[in-house]
Design a protein around this ligand. Structure first.
Ligand SMILES: [Ca+2]
Length: 480
């Protein structure tokens, strides 16, 4: 009797596995690639981006408009700011900004980013080693360089925990100084709520500013971008009461808060917002330019003050477009959990978490519509068949849920310790623990490792070496 039931269970499991495999096979030509695949841009019809209007859905643009499109406003574009911008709108520059109509070409921007895998000369071999003396953190979500260590000497690292604490440590020791604890004001009601991102000001040595993004405790439910300032005499101490609220956005649901604060090579602050949550984007935020939800924003916070917390940089693609939020840099995103600038090329890479089947890696171009919720990866989502994806930018790479369940965006490796890894975008899957490397200028994606724990985030130290954060608590460094 027992073994009959066992057999039946096996049969059911085998059937389920077959169904799962078939499900993956229908979006990917080869049934379940062992690694994420580059998107074949040659076969894509969706090579124009954005629209001539602020319409929520893509509108066909004339072929000439795209043919002559020049890459507008790289992140190096200038930002208009006087010493004291009055309101964000006040800085709206009369000079022509890049109209969305000429926004970008799709993932075809780099001609050699083709789908043809390039044979790898040598297999990439890396190891992951424990740092901080094996210290365990409480759901660490961000790691980054900090100019001083706990004893005040040498460069350190900061590690932020979702609960609301930011610690400063040396990679070689488990001594930690608590830099900031905002857990009293952080909501942890939802699994995806909490302190979600931390970034040092690009001129931290002069300004002492620390930028944070978190879910606010209380009602209404919202996320907040805020600035704190360290004591000028003691960079290991944040001045109490120094918080300056920069931007708050109401969040209809507890999930998909996005959250990555990154400063571009242009000195501007970029922040990725999720679509507001629930499932399938029920309120259509992804394609709605009137909300910051489902978008990556670019704002100028260099002269942030209570009356004028930020300004809109000239060159923002939707500046001056009626009905569109001028903060938006790119849209059509579901939950860009992590993003990073390539320190060499200035390219902004984001990983957008999928809904049911596809996880994707995007190279973010100004004005780009990344497709959600029309598309999930390269696959139609709304409607499931025959969707109108004109005007959307396809991902650079994608993978199905045979390899994981939720992509964790990483960084482009530009360190020195692992020469073979230079120029690779590193990313991982939260569920399967798989860690991948994708050459940014084309070529096959390779699996570097498979971690036993959930990978929550990746970050770099001052030398560009990479650390992997797991929700289990461990912080690991990638070494040759
Ligand atoms: Ca997309």
């Amino acid at each position: 009797m027992h073994h009959v039931r066992g057999l039946r269970t096996l049969l059911v499991l085998a059937l389920l596995a077959a169904i799962a495999a078939a499900g993956v096979a229908c979006f990917d030509d080869d049934d379940g690639s062992p690694v994420p695949v580059r998107v074949a841009t040659a076969t894509s019809t969706a090579t124009t981006t954005a629209t001539g209007t602020a319409a929520a859905t893509p509108v066909e643009t004339s072929p000439t408009a795209t043919a002559e499109a020049t890459a507008p406003a790289r992140p190096t574009a200038t930002a208009t700011t006087g010493p004291a911008p009055a309101t964000p709108e006040a800085t709206a520059s009369p000079e022509p900004t890049s109209p969305p109509a000429e926004a970008t070409t799709a993932a075809t921007a780099t001609p050699d980013a083709t789908a043809t895998p390039r044979p790898t000369a040598e297999p990439l071999a890396v190891r992951l080693e424990e740092v901080f003396g094996g210290r365990e953190f409480d759901r660490p979500i961000e790691v980054g360089a900090y100019p001083v260590g706990p004893a005040g000497s040498g460069p350190g690292l900061f590690v932020a925990e979702q609960e609301g604490r930011i610690l400063v440590l040396h990679p070689d020791g488990d001594d930690a100084v608590e830099l900031l604890d905002i857990s009293e004001q952080v909501s942890r009601v939802g699994n995806e709520e909490g302190l979600l991102s931390v970034a040092l000001d690009p001129r931290f040595d002069e300004t002492g500013h620390l930028w944070v993004y978190y879910s606010v405790r209380g009602t209404p439910r919202m996320t907040r971008l805020a600035r704190f300032t360290v004591d000028p005499g003691d960079p290991l101490r944040v001045e109490p009461g120094s918080e300056l609220v920069i931007l708050e956005v109401e969040q209809p649901y507890s999930n998909h808060n996005g959250g990555a604060i990154r400063f571009g090579p242009d000195g501007m602050l970029y922040l990725g917002y999720g679509d507001g949550g629930s499932g399938g984007d029920p309120r259509g935020h992804g394609q709605n330019l009137a909300t910051l939800l489902g978008a990556i924003i670019r704002i100028d916070v260099r002269f942030a003050a209570e009356r004028a917390p930020y300004a809109i940089p000239a060159g923002n693609p939707f500046l001056g477009i009626q009905g569109a939020r001028p903060e938006i840099w790119a849209y059509g995103l579901r939950n860009p959990w992590r993003m990073a600038f390539d320190p060499v090329t200035g390219d902004l890479w984001a990983a957008d978490v999928g809904q049911r089947e596809v996880e994707e890696i995007d190279r973010i171009e100004p004005g780009g519509n990344y497709g959600w919720n029309i598309l999930e990866g390269t696959r139609c989502f709304q409607p499931e068949e025959g969707c109108d994806a004109r005007g959307t930018v396809l991902p650079v790479a994608e993978y199905g849920h045979n390899l994981g369940c939720s992509v964790t965006g990483g960084v482009v490796y530009r360190g020195e310790a692992i020469p073979a890894l230079v120029g690779h975008y590193l990313f991982a899957d939260y569920c399967s623990g798989r860690l991948w490397a994708m050459p940014v200028d084309g070529g096959a994606i390779v699996e570097l490792d498979r971690l036993p724990a959930e990978v929550a985030s990746l970050g770099t130290d001052a030398d560009g070496e990479v650390y992997v954060l797991t929700f289990g608590g461990a912080v690991l460094r990638i070494v040759p």
